[in-house]
Design a protein around this ligand. Structure first.
Ligand code: B16
Ligand code: MG
Length: 223
């Protein structure tokens, strides 16, 4: 593992790291699953974390062996319907929905001069940051619509690193999904995983919860 003194910037996943929109994604996808006749399981919910909208739909269809029952047009209609439901749910987000410890971490990183960017698969990320009132902490947000491949491809974290203008070994990426940890590692950054779901991908640093992740604790583990 690189020494913390080399670190200059942080790339953040959004859903599950900064706020728990995962529960809204889950609620909306659960409804889609019911509509197409796929049985909803906790494993499916976990596997969908960090996966792009269309890839998530494909996974739900495949889980019920329905992948060949829908045309591309019908799939787009299903995904749009899920997104409208999700957008309605996230209207209730306020700054109190920032996950425990994260506001403190953002403040400490900013005060210490580290740069931060967002590597979220969500096309709704700008709206969510606005609702949480934390958009100003970040130098930029990767536009997921411009990517060739979603997580676990390293592309999104490579692009988030380019926004910062630093080398991969100067960056720590934070993720709550195993697909995301794979993406960070593929990009050559130090992967900080939060939550059991990340263990599958062997993050360089592991924390059970967001409130355990502080600047001092990260430093302590990397020296
Ligand atoms: P949208 P992250 C991901 O965000 C979510 O974890 C995943 O469940 C969702 O399907 C994906 O964004 C796309 O989101 O439908 O809003 O474009 O964890 O990468 O911040
Ligand atoms: Mg996430």
């Amino acid at each position: 593992m690189v020494n913390f003194s080399n670190i200059k910037g942080f790339t953040f996943d959004l859903d599950g790291i900064i706020t728990n929109t995962a529960k809204f994604h889950e609620q909306a996808w659960h409804e889609t699953a019911r509509e197409v006749g796929t049985v909803w399981t906790d494993q499916l919910a976990t596997d969908l974390k960090g996966i792009s909208r269309m890839d998530s739909l494909e996974m739900i269809l495949k889980a019920g062996n329905h992948e060949n029952n829908y045309s591309q047009e019908e799939k787009i209609i299903l995904a749009d319907k899920k997104n409208k439901k999700y957008q309605n749910l996230i209207k209730q987000l306020t700054p109190t929905d920032i996950l425990p410890g994260i506001h403190q971490l953002l403040d400490d990183l900013k005060d210490a001069g580290y740069l931060m960017s967002i590597a979220s698969a969500s096309k709704n990320a700008p709206t969510i940051l606005d609702r949480l009132n934390i958009g100003d902490y970040f130098k930029g947000i990767v536009d997921p619509a411009s990517l060739h491949a979603g997580k676990p491809s390293p592309e999104i974290f490579i692009r988030a690193g380019h926004i910062l203008g630093f080398e991969p070994q100067e960056i720590i990426g934070l993720e709550d999904a195993s697909a995301g940890v794979e993406s960070i590692k593929g990009a050559g950054q130090t992967a900080l995983g939060i939550g059991l779901a990340t263990k599958k991908a062997n993050p360089d640093l592991y924390f059970d919860n967001t409130d355990e992740v502080g600047l001092a604790e990260i430093k302590r583990r990397m020296i």
